[in-house]
Design a protein around this ligand. Structure first.
Ligand SMILES: Nc1nc2c(c(=O)[nH]1)N[C@H]1C(S)=C(S)[C@@H](COP(=O)(O)O)O[C@H]1N2
Ligand SMILES: [Mo]
Length: 320
């Protein structure tokens, strides 16, 4: 996403570590460390960032066949090296920097309008929740898209566990804040921490998903480990990464991008090809890792599941 306060020292995409240099360096180092025998193994596949994740044994999980794609899955190597995670830089090549994030211990606080505020350990969440795999499309407002196999559980399950009071109407999600680890958070003109929000009706829609894994493994850090939101009918910025706090509230949350530029990034941000964004026409999208463009679909193709949520809403900017 382009930022209004573009500073002269912010990196253009082209000046970041190129993917190939990055991977070659890793292979080289792996080969050195493991000696000659390890070199062959290191060359045969890209190393997984998730190698030491304590939840690795939980994956892969069974795929829920209800969610089908109309396009091939995006290549894992490509999706893992083209990320938006402004905490680690305002460009796409943040995968390496994101490895500094410590994902254990990790807790998620649940507070606000709930029967009993509580702080949950990520491994307790993983043990309690019914993990499944879902193939979803992902559409960034920058007009690129991907199709990936998430692992995780329905957000509705977490809402049930939280037991919101009758007054709760929205959920506010918050990402970690640690400028020592996340250099992007030293850029003080951004309103850290990253915040996002949903209505309770959206959060309990069947599509709203908490991802803890991807490609049959725990989430690599650049994808927002150890737990992130996935709301595939909305522009990608709604799918907040590395969540530490979930607050039930009767006030509509103001999200990170909305606070920066509310005229461009609203609360609803539902995908709609016929509502152009000031920076990007939204009629079509580039399929990440290919030369293909496709026409963008209303609600990113999830109209049947979510259109009813917005029936009769007037005076709301539903598509920005
Ligand atoms: N905390 C946090 N969450 C975030 C972002 C971010 O910068 N910080 N970027 C968002 C945007 S714009 C997109 S498109 C997706 C990208 O997810 P991916 O890198 O896993 O493809 O994450 C979203 N979640
Ligand atoms: Mo995005």
């Amino acid at each position: 996403m382009n930022i209004i306060h573009k500073k002269s020292w912010s990196l253009p995409e082209s000046s970041a570590t190129p993917e190939d240099v990055f991977w070659n360096r890793r292979r080289f180092l792996t080969g050195m460390a493991g000696g000659g025998l390890a070199l062959g193994a290191a060359l045969s596949s890209r190393p997984s960032f998730a190698e030491t994740d304590p939840s690795a044994h939980l994956y892969p999980v069974d795929r829920n066949p209800a969610y089908e794609l109309d396009r091939p899955l995006t290549d894992e190597g490509i999706a893992s090296t083209y990320n938006n995670f402004y905490e680690f830089g305002s460009h796409k090549q943040i995968a390496k920097a994101a490895q500094k994030l410590q994902i254990r211990p990790w807790t998620v606080a649940i507070d606000g309008l709930v029967d009993k505020p509580q702080t949950l350990d990520i491994d307790d969440i993983l043990a309690k929740m019914p993990l499944e795999e879902r193939l979803y499309r992902h559409r960034c407002v920058e007009a690129w898209s991907m199709a990936v196999p998430w692992s995780g559980f329905p957000l509705a399950e977490l809402v049930k566990l939280a037991s919101p009071t009758a007054d709760a109407k929205y959920i506010r999600f918050e990402t970690f804040k640690n400028p020592e680890v996340a250099s992007g958070q030293r850029q003080s003109w951004y309103p850290w921490p990253y915040v996002e929000g949903l209505t309770l009706a959206e959060a309990t829609n069947e599509l709203a998903f908490m991802a803890t894994g991807i490609y049959g493994k725990p989430l690599a850090k650049q994808f927002g480990a150890p737990i992130r939101l996935v709301v595939p009918w909305k522009y990608g910025f709604k799918s907040i990464k590395s969540i530490v706090k979930i607050t039930f509230t009767d006030q509509r949350p103001v999200s990170f991008w909305e606070e920066i530029q509310g005229s461009e990034y609203g609360f609803w941000a539902n995908v709609n090809p016929s509502v152009p964004h000031p920076r990007w026409p939204q009629a079509s999208e580039r399929l990440l890792g290919t030369d293909e463009r496709r026409n963008t679909l209303l609600y990113n193709g999830y109209e049947a599941q979510v259109a009813h949520l917005y029936k009769g809403m007037t005076g709301e900017r539903l598509f920005m």
